[in-house]
Design a protein around this ligand. Structure first.
Ligand SMILES: Cc1cc2nc3c(=O)[nH]c(=O)nc-3n(C[C@H](O)[C@H](O)[C@H](O)COP(=O)(O)OP(=O)(O)OC[C@H]3O[C@@H](n4cnc5c(N)ncnc54)[C@H](O)[C@@H]3O)c2cc1C
Length: 386
């Protein structure tokens, strides 16, 4: 197995690091996070570097990168500013653009992908509902055919990017009697009568990234707005969620590494009992554990990226990587706060933001419990869900 990056992958990583150094200063991040401000101007700058369309094909205006390169970008951006990585790498690219690439009609691809690639428009995927979370198959939002239109009614919640989205991809039930085989992913454009979006306030973290409630009241869209096939909506949606799990593992690797770096720096600078706190073995143990977690998490996502690039099955590997990396990021950020003491408890140091941001990743893309049950099913052949 080859562990070396290609020249192209190293070059893209350097471009990303330079961008972070130049644009994502602590002041810029703090200003957006405190004001809960969507980083529109920063996203435009990312578009100019191809970072808003990493894996989308060149023929539709994308950057045509492989998944390993996308992962490297997620690690860098995720470690610097998780809100931005969630908006761009995880949702805009992995969740929205790629299912359109895999399942969209040529007309849908021509219409939306080039503008998504340049971030002239953005999108979101609306799967979860007030009564439907982990049990994603029980979708209650209805879509009924009326002539040449779908008429959609229902409610979605916890939808990343919805308030800034120009296109919303909505998972709907077209025929309750068919269950899974009745589901369809249907595209709704912003401004369609009957569609309303509201930001969720009071979130623990991810303050610069909008998370929203979406209501649909007799929303009428053309029959051709189905992405993929009616009856295959779950598979279409899951194709994007699988990409999110990969991207999450990479972005959380960035957080773990950022916690280790920040903790090592602080532990050398801060003295108590007449010597640097980094000289105490209990502090060194916490930093050593972060480094082990960062390395293990990196190997997991890179292997998963390799499998994705080869087009090999990787559902199990995606669950392992998502579960490990998100929980390791939670451990790392908790210990990073401990090492910073009271100074870790305010936003003067980035570890405070990492600590608030990492709980979200253990929930979306499938909770830790759901991934343990997927892995249990794989190991035992026994399905705990149904
Ligand atoms: C910041 C953020 C962004 C999000 N972005 C999006 C988005 O863009 N689009 C979207 O559609 N959704 C999004 N979500 C929603 C997310 O996918 C759901 O929150 C997640 O699937 C879990 O659903 P739930 O919150 O309803 O929890 P529930 O499913 O109600 O689970 C509650 C608890 O019960 C546990 N549980 C549930 N079932 C089982 C079981 N069978 N066995 C053991 N334990 C179980 C869970 O693990 C969890 O601990 C987002 C959520 C967050 C927090």
């Amino acid at each position: 197995m080859d562990f070396e990056l290609t020249k192209q992958q190293e070059m893209v990583r350097k471009v990303t690091r330079d961008f972070i150094q130049r644009e994502l200063t602590p002041e810029v991040i703090r200003e957006h996070e405190r004001a809960h401000k969507y980083p529109a101007a920063i996203i435009k700058k990312m578009a100019a570097l191809g970072l808003t369309s990493t894996t989308a094909p060149r023929e539709y205006g994308g950057a045509g990168m492989d998944w390993v390169t996308h992962g490297l970008i997620c690690e860098e951006i995720g470690g610097a500013w998780f809100s931005l990585s969630l908006i761009v790498n995880l949702v805009h690219v992995a969740l929205v653009q790629m299912p359109l690439v895999y399942f969209g009609t040529d007309e849908q691809k021509q219409k939306y992908l080039p503008r998504l690639a340049k971030a002239e428009i953005t999108g979101c995927v609306c799967a979860v509902e007030p009564n439907v979370g982990s049990d994603a198959l029980s979708v209650e939002t209805k879509a009924e055919l009326d002539g040449d239109s779908w008429v959609i009614s229902g409610a979605k919640t916890w939808i990343t990017n919805a308030s800034s989205a120009d296109i919303l991809m909505v998972l709907c039930q077209t025929d309750k009697s068919k269950g899974l085989r009745g589901l369809a992913l249907i595209l709704v454009e912003k401004g369609t009568p009957g569609l309303s979006v509201k930001d969720i306030e009071g979130k623990t973290g991810l303050h610069a990234c909008p998370t929203c409630e979406v209501k649909l009241q007799d929303v009428r869209v053309p029959k051709d707005n189905v992405i993929g096939q009616v009856g295959r909506g779950f598979q279409t949606t899951v194709s994007g969620i699988a990409n999110v799990r990969y991207s999450l593992s990479a972005a959380c690797t960035g957080i773990i590494q950022a916690c280790a770096d920040a903790s090592a720096k602080y532990a050398k600078e801060r003295s108590q009992f007449g010597k640097p706190i980094g000289s105490f073995q209990l502090v060194q143990e916490m930093i050593a554990n972060m480094l082990v977690d960062a390395e293990a998490s990196r190997l997991l996502y890179l292997r998963l990226g390799y499998l994705k690039d080869k087009g090999l099955p990787c559902e199990r590997e995606a669950s392992i990587a998502k579960l490990f990396s998100t929980e390791a990021a939670l451990r790392a950020s908790t210990n990073a706060i401990k090492i910073h003491g009271a100074y870790g408890y305010c936003d003067e140091f980035p570890v405070e933001r990492h600590f608030r941001d990492v709980m979200g990743p253990t929930i979306f893309g499938g909770t830790s419990e759901i991934h343990r049950l997927i892995l249990g099913r794989d190991a035992l052949g026994l399905d705990a869900f149904r």
